[in-house]
Write a protein that binds this ligand. Structure first.
Ligand SMILES: Nc1ccn([C@@H]2O[C@H](COP(=O)(O)OP(=O)(O)OP(=O)(O)O)[C@@H](O)[C@H]2O)c(=O)n1
Ligand SMILES: O=P(O)(O)OC[C@@H](O)[C@@H](O)[C@@H](O)CO
Length: 438
């Protein structure tokens, strides 16, 4: 059974091979892959890249009834984090997920609830290789009225490896265009040994000369599709390595790319706990600045945004229109810039949305309500009196695990002076390393 969202245009025609990119400027490759930058301006269109995510396993080693790709982390299924990581990469045009028929509806609900885009679903197979093959078939078959079309390069990435960043995806895709295949590797933690038939040590491998094969991997589509078409039933049934198929059936030696420690696969229950702590660490580095779009560029609020962007990896800025989506993506930190006219209007709106979203059930949400005070126009005492009502708000929303702080930016003095309303909040903010930057 195949089902994928209707409509949408297929990926751009395959562009030039990015050959000779050894040590190349990956940023330049990214801009070309995303259809921007010099390459695109020179008239060469972005080469088409798609991804296949095998997600049809039962997760036996996890030892829980729910297949691990659907196990929740902070109330959100593990696979949704992986989809989010891939969706963030603008030059991946299609993502094909292989799930069992019985999990198809659950997968569609996850796509809808977390508003994942560009996802196509195919039925998985009884083994991982068969699931991947089904995903490749969906990309290979130019079916009428089908959004999918054959990519130049295809990424293969396990749905249970949520910590994948654009740089390693770019490296494996760039290397696959040059070599035909590429895969992420990591140093071995334990030494690999080979037992004899009587269960004793036959020999061991020199650990320094071997590596663990991880994901993502990337292939010229024609290479890996040909390999799967030639693949023996034995390999489809018992194989675990796509790079091996490219070598065995297409004589392509994959380029090996050193990956980051976070590329590991969630396999055992301990991996789920580890994934949760990594996700918590990462969301504490994500922040959303809610600023009224009417603010003119030189509004001091934009200086606040620039400073935040210098300090944190993921800073989104919204005027509020896409706030629901940002909350859905589980942002847990908000800086709400209130314009002079309304002390807490924007903050109140944000707090209401957060309380309705139940986002803070499992993990505290931090909201910093920022007021700007032009000390020439409003007496400090009167303004502070208005602002003290934030204490009442803070007490109220704390019941729903939302930590509300007030930040008064007193300007246009030369040096912006900041006032944080409570000493223990200053401690909390330092702990969250959010505002130590300014
Ligand atoms: N028939 C299968 C088996 C596995 N996978 C997927 O391949 C990835 C890596 O496989 P693995 O970690 O082995 O997952 P499981 O097979 O679910 O785990 P286990 O071996 O513990 O049952 C996972 O995203 C899994 O969902 C798949 O798409 N189809
Ligand atoms: O063997 P599993 O199905 O657990 O995992 C599949 C792959 O992730 C694993 O074989 C990597 O080494 C990459 O090939």
């Amino acid at each position: 059974m195949e089902s994928w969202p209707p409509g949408g245009s297929g990926p751009a025609e395959a562009g030039p091979r990015l050959r000779g990119l050894r040590g190349a400027d990956l940023a330049a490759s990214a801009s070309l892959l995303s259809g921007a930058g010099a390459g695109a301006e020179a008239g060469c269109s972005a080469p088409a890249v798609a991804a296949v995510l095998p997600a049809g396993g039962s997760g036996e080693r996890m030892g829980v009834p729910t297949p691990k790709q659907f196990c929740p982390i902070l109330e959100r299924p593990l696979i949704s984090y992986t989809l989010q990581a891939l969706e963030r990469v603008s030059w991946i045009k299609d993502i094909v997920v292989a799930v069992t028929g019985e999990n198809m509806e659950a997968m569609k609900c996850i796509i809808q609830r977390y508003q994942h885009k560009g996802i196509s679903l195919v039925e998985s197979g009884v083994t991982r290789h068969r699931s991947i093959f089904n995903g490749l078939k969906a990309l290979a078959e130019d079916q009428p009225n089908c959004r999918l079309s054959k990519p130049e390069v295809v990424i293969i990435h396990d749905a249970v490896r949520p910590f994948v960043e654009e740089d390693v995806l770019l490296k494996v895709v760039t290397a696959a265009k040059e070599h035909g295949a590429a895969g992420a590797i990591r140093p071995l933690v334990s030494t690999v040994i080979s037992p004899s038939v009587d269960g004793c040590l036959d020999h061991s491998l020199e650990r320094a000369r071997h590596r663990a094969s991880e994901m993502p991997q990337a292939f010229l589509f024609d290479v890996i599709y040909e390999a799967y078409q030639q693949c023996s039933d034995y390999d489809l049934e018992f194989g675990t390595e796509c790079l091996h198929l490219a070598l065995k059936y297409c004589h392509i030696k994959a380029k090996l790319i050193e990956g980051s420690p976070d590329l590991w696969k969630v396999t055992y229950k301990r991996d789920l706990y580890a994934a949760e702590s990594i996700i918590k660490e990462r969301i504490s580095q994500q922040i959303c600045v809610v600023m009224d779009a009417k603010e003119d560029e030189e509004h001091v609020g934009h200086r606040l945004e620039e400073m935040l962007k210098n300090e944190l990896n993921h800073v989104k800025v919204t005027s509020g229109r896409d706030l629901q989506q940002i909350i859905l993506e589980q942002c847990y930190n908000f800086v709400c810039v209130n314009v002079m006219t309304s002390d807490f209007e924007e903050t109140q709106k944000l707090l209401n949305m957060l309380e309705e979203s139940n986002l803070s059930i499992l993990y505290p949400v931090v909201v910093i309500s920022v007021q700007f005070l032009d000390y020439e126009s409003v007496p400090f005492g009167q303004k502070m009196e208005n602002l003290m009502q934030i204490r009442e708000f803070a007490k109220e929303v704390k019941k729903t695990n939302i930590l509300l702080y007030g930040l008064l930016v007193y300007y246009p003095q030369e040096r912006i002076t900041l006032t944080i309303t409570k000493p223990e909040q200053r401690q909390e903010l330092k702990r969250r390393k959010k505002l130590s930057a300014y």
